[in-house]
Structure formats: structure tokens, C-alpha cells
Design a protein around this ligand. Structure first.
Ligand code: MRU
Length: 351
């Protein structure tokens, strides 16, 4: 795929396969340390996904492809029925890690089709094809980011101040990013005065990861507490908002990191545009509306503290839904690699 933004390159490559080993940049350690996980068996892979060492919907899709490869390469399955049985177990374990990001399941379905086609042709052939499919998923998501930037950037020619939520850059996608890729392209083309970076409670993907990526690329930015958004917008300091997505239903309702809905409501209240940028691998057209999207609930300790430090009273309980659903009517447009869906709530989405 050719786009006008081939010159934009991401700050780092967070995932790669080399000689039978999956290398993952451990995002739990950023921005203080760049630590690489070397993964050769399934249990550490599952742990890396659950604990957010690797995260972000498109990157979870890429990781799921390589995770299947890790699980199959590290097994001693030989016969067709052993290969099929091992794949089933690997698929179930990966599917049980994080329920909301559609890309993870999209990749597992792709890998399953490879098993259907090649399991009868022996272990070597199947492993070769599975690794090829994982690499193809990876390559496609990198391309998707460039195409999203190409479709999205022209919408922002008069934009100088953008607010974003969570992390949607290379650390979440493997490419230049979805919402982040648009921001990068807009800065490259038109020059941005400021990107407001929601810190993104409770795991600080904005303050730790988005700020780190923007800093590496020299894009001007300020971190704000998530709860600042309405005040910033009311003071005329924000032209528009753009975020990524974890799963988009057929009516355009969009699940994304907790706090996205709040930001979209504030944008609607003050009459500024709210955009989503996501590849079509994030859409789940089997879900009629956002009410059908599974929302991950995570450990309450993530809300009660950070890393090993707990600041909340031991006996106070906390709730930790990792995502919320923004109704389509609050979304100005969804930018995909195939084009821009204006007013996504107006009619059902088809590709
Ligand atoms: O819990 P995370 O960090 O995996 O959540 C990530 C997000 O919510 C991102 O905004 C979303 O996956 C889009 S990534 C391009």
C-alpha cells in the first residue's frame, strides 16, 4: 500500500520475531527503562498480555498472531489431531487474556483459518504458514496506520490544539499509530501548537506512553489529569479530540479506554468535534450496539495504587472497568484505513 506518509516513522519497534523468539518491549517499565521480554513459551506470553507489558488493540492483534506461533512452536505436537488439539488449547488461552480488544480475536480467527487449511500437511508446513500469517497481520497493521493518517490528516488542516486519550501510537499498533498517527501526520503537515495528553487512569498509558512517544518525535504536548478535559475545552484551549478504539459495533458505538466517553460528552457539550481512528480489524459487525461489547474488569489494586504502591485504605473496595462505550451519536467521524465514516450513528456500518 502506498501512502503520502512513508517518511513518518515511529519512535521504536515494540514487537519483533527473530529466530524462534518473540521480543516484546515491556511497556510496564516505560518510560523509565527500555526492557525487552524474550518469549519462547506460552505462559510468559499470556502473562505479558494480561499484565499490559504488551497492549493496545492493534498491537494485541499482532501479538496474538505471534502468540499462536509461540504456542505451536514450543509444543511437540506432530500428528494432525495433535496439531489441531494444541492449537485449540493455545487459542483458548490467548482468547482468555483480554476480552475487549477486537483485534486479538480477529487475529485468532485468521490463525484458525490457517490451521484449517494446513493442519493435514504436517507440523513443518503448518508452523511455516502460521508464522507467515502472523507476519502478514503485523505488516497489514503497519500499513493500516499509514492509510489512516492519510485519510485523517486532511480533516485537521485548521487544527492547532488536539486532545487525546490513552495511547494509540507505535506502542499500541506496531506502526505510526491510529489516532497518534493522525496527530503525527497533522503535525508534519500543518504544525500543531499543542497536544493535550490525558494521563489515562489508572495505568497512565497517556502520561507514561503517549507523552514518551510525543517527546521522542518532538511534538509539543502537555499532560493533564483526565478530569481536566471539560475545563480545558470550556476555556477554548482545544480544537478537537481524537482517540483510538478497542472494538466498534455495527451501529458505530465505540469501546475504548475508560474515560473516552467522558471526553466525548465534554466535546459534545461545548460543540467541538470528537473523532475515532481505528483499522477495520477493530470493528465487530456481529455486535449490533455497544451494549453487546464485553468490557474487561481488572484488579481493583490498579485503582487503589500504582505498581507496588497502594495509597487507598486496605478495606476500601474499588471498581476497575478498563473500557467504556462512547455512543455513536457523540462521534463526529471514524477514520479507518479504507476511508472516513462520517456521522457513524446515522446508518449501519458496512465494508
Ligand atoms: O488497556 P490498553 O492499554 O490495552 O487500552 C488501549 C486503548 O484503550 C487504546 O486506546 C486502544 O486500544 C486503541 S490503540 C490504537
Amino acid at each position: 500500500m502506498k501512502t503520502g506518509f512513508q517518511n513518518l516513522s515511529p519512535a521504536i519497534e515494540p514487537i519483533r520475531w527473530d529466530s524462534g523468539t518473540l521480543y516484546l518491549l515491556d511497556q510496564r517499565e516505560l518510560p523509565q527503562r527500555e526492557v525487552w521480554l524474550e518469549i519462547r513459551t506460552l505462559p510468559p506470553f499470556l502473562d505479558a498480555v494480561k499484565s499490559l507489558a504488551v497492549r493496545g488493540a492493534p498491537l494485541l492483534g499482532i501479538a496474538a498472531g505471534y502468540g499462536v506461533a509461540v504456542g505451536m512452536f514450543s509444543s511437540d505436537a506432530k500428528t494432525e489431531s495433535e496439531l489441531r488439539g494444541t492449537f485449540k488449547t493455545v487459542r483458548e488461552q490467548i482468547a482468555g487474556t483480554r476480552p475487549t480488544a477486537r483485534n486479538l480475536f480477529d487475529s485468532l480467527e485468521r490463525m484458525e483459518r490457517v490451521v484449517e487449511k494446513f493442519a493435514s500437511q504436517g507440523r513443518e508446513k503448518l508452523l511455516y504458514e502460521l508464522l507467515g500469517e502472523a507476519k502478514e497481520i503485523h505488516r497489514a497493521e503497519v500499513d493500516n496506520c499509514l492509510a489512516i493518517a492519510e485519510h485523517g490528516a486532511p480533516l485537521f488542516s485548521n487544527t492547532k490544539r488536539i486532545i487525546t486519550h490513552c495511547n494509540t501510537g507505535v506502542l499500541a499498533t506496531g506502526g505510526i499509530g491510529t489516532a497518534f498517527g493522525v496527530i503525527h501526520a497533522v503535525h508534519f503537515l500543518f504544525g500543531l501548537e499543542n497536544v493535550w495528553v490525558d494521563e489515562t487512569r489508572p495505568l497512565l498509558q497517556g502520561a507514561r506512553l503517549t507523552a514518551w512517544e510525543l517527546g521522542k518525535l518532538g511534538i509539543p504536548h502537555r499532560i493533564v489529569c483526565d478530569s481536566t478535559c471539560a475545563s480545558l475545552i470550556s476555556r477554548g484551549l482545544v480544537d478537537c479530540a481524537i482517540t483510538g478504539a478497542d472494538r466498534i459495533a455495527a451501529n458505530g458505538d465505540t469501546a475504548n479506554k475508560i474515560g473516552t466517553f467522558t471526553l466525548a460528552v465534554a466535546c459534545k457539550h461545548f460543540g467541538i468535534p470528537f473523532y475515532i481512528a481505528a483499522p477495520t480489524s477493530t470493528f465487530d459487525l456481529t455486535k449490533k450496539s455497544g451494549a453487546e461489547i464485553p468490557i474487561e474488569n481488572r484488579d481493583e489494586r490498579e485503582v487503589k495504587g500504582f505498581r507496588d504502591y497502594i495509597w487507598a485504605p486496605e478495606n476500601s473496595r474499588a471498581e476497575n472497568p478498563a473500557f467504556d462505550v462512547t455512543p455513536a451519536e457523540l462521534i463526529t467521524a471514524i477514520i479507518t484505513e479504507k476511508g472516513v465514516i462520517e456521522k457513524p450513528g446515522a446508518k449501519p456500518i458496512v465494508f
